[in-house]
Design a protein around this ligand. Structure first.
Ligand code: 5GP
Ligand code: MN
Ligand code: MN
Length: 331
């Protein structure tokens, strides 16, 4: 098929969903596709689902159309998964996806499991928003679509600085800027701005962080009790791992927060030598070589020991093989 969206042309009832705990790329891609289809494919019924919508994204056009409840028994002609590396990432939308007559997986995770009838997965793309840009017809991208795509790309690249940023990414971003979007405001208000609570929790997590493996790995954890004390939501913890990663001298950063008694959401970042996607996949999670995550059970010490053991093994393997080359997208 030339264009993955050709399937959509023959569908009347279309469903879209992104992953649980939606991030900027997930929300941006869902809204971009929703706005694109509702503007350019008239006569179709399009429904978009997300587990929740972080407050920062409320300004996006038609964000209020996103359904956050899953109580209907709809059967879709085509259901599209966005920014999900595996089927379980769809959360409660998984059943709409599997019951749909046709389903499509549009994504950029290297760990993607090709779980759909039609899979459009580009691991060299910075973000699902960059993948969507390649699917959309440029002249049909209006300001609302451009804004959502730009925001998603900016978020997944850490504002065009992570190693997933390519010349192509910059060209796509440049083309989106030409649509007249308020790019500075978008980045400031959705990426850098923090609420008081977010700053408080960030400070607390940095204060509690420890260096392990001879200073080559930084680890921080936070219990549910502390999160609740600050009145923080899970998305309020999103920036913590990125701050840990930029600690001078570390090869890898690990952040674990307790979502429920002895259940931890683990985020990992690498500065080059460690492939964190491999570790996350081992623990039934996934992601990218330099940014990955998983959910783990057990007490906090076991969780951290298990993860750092894998990081140590990779660092040791590199040392023995005298391989200090950075992991890259091809590996
Ligand atoms: P974060 O640490 O920011 O939550 O996630 C980093 C990357 O890993 C993201 O690309 C995200 O999609 C992926 N990721 C995080 N947690 C999980 C998980 O539990 N399962 C899978 N498959 N991917 C995850
Ligand atoms: Mn995502
Ligand atoms: Mn993404």
């Amino acid at each position: 098929m030339d264009n993955i969206l050709e399937t959509v042309v023959n569908s009347k009832k279309i469903g879209i969903a992104g992953h649980v705990r939606p991030d900027g790329d997930c929300v941006g891609s869902c809204i971009a596709l929703y706005n694109y289809l509702t503007t350019h494919c008239k006569g179709k019924e399009v429904t978009v689902y997300l587990e929740k919508i972080p407050d920062t994204f409320m300004f996006l056009k038609n964000i209020d159309k996103i359904k956050t409840t899953y109580d209907d028994n709809e059967i879709y002609d085509t259901f599209i998964s966005l920014d999900c590396g595996s089927l379980d990432r769809l959360g409660p939308a998984e059943r709409y996806f599997t019951e749909a007559k046709m389903n499509i997986n549009i994504d950029h995770h290297i760990s993607n499991t090709f779980f759909a009838k039609e899979n459009h997965v580009l691991p060299d793309s910075s973000s699902t928003c960059e993948v969507l840009y390649g699917i959309f017809e440029n002249e049909k991208i209006d300001e609302a679509v451009a804004e959502a795509l730009y925001m998603g790309i900016a978020h997944d690249t850490g504002v065009f600085k992570h190693s997933n940023t390519t010349k192509h990414t910059m060209m796509v971003a440049g083309s989106l800027m030409e649509k007249g979007i308020p790019f500075s405001k978008l980045i400031d208000e959705t990426f850098y701005q923090k609420t008081y609570v977010q700053n408080q929790v960030l400070g607390r997590c940095l204060l509690e962080s420890i260096l392990v493996l001879d200073g080559r790995c930084i680890v921080s954890t936070v219990s549910k009790k502390v999160i609740d004390f600050y009145g923080a939501k899970s998305e309020d913890l999103d920036g913590v791992i990125d701050q840990l990663r930029i600690t001078k001298g570390v090869e890898a950063a690990v952040f674990a927060y307790e979502v429920d008694k002895d259940i931890y959401k683990v985020s990992m970042r690498s500065n080059g030598l460690v492939n964190v996607s491999k570790i996350a996949t081992y623990f039934n999670g996934g992601g990218h070589i330099r940014a990955a995550g998983c959910t783990m059970m057990g007490n906090v010490y076991d969780v951290i020991n298990n993860i750092t053991h894998h990081i140590e093994a990779q660092l040791e393997y590199n040392r023995v093989h005298n391989d200090n080359s950075e992991t890259n997208l091809e590996s």
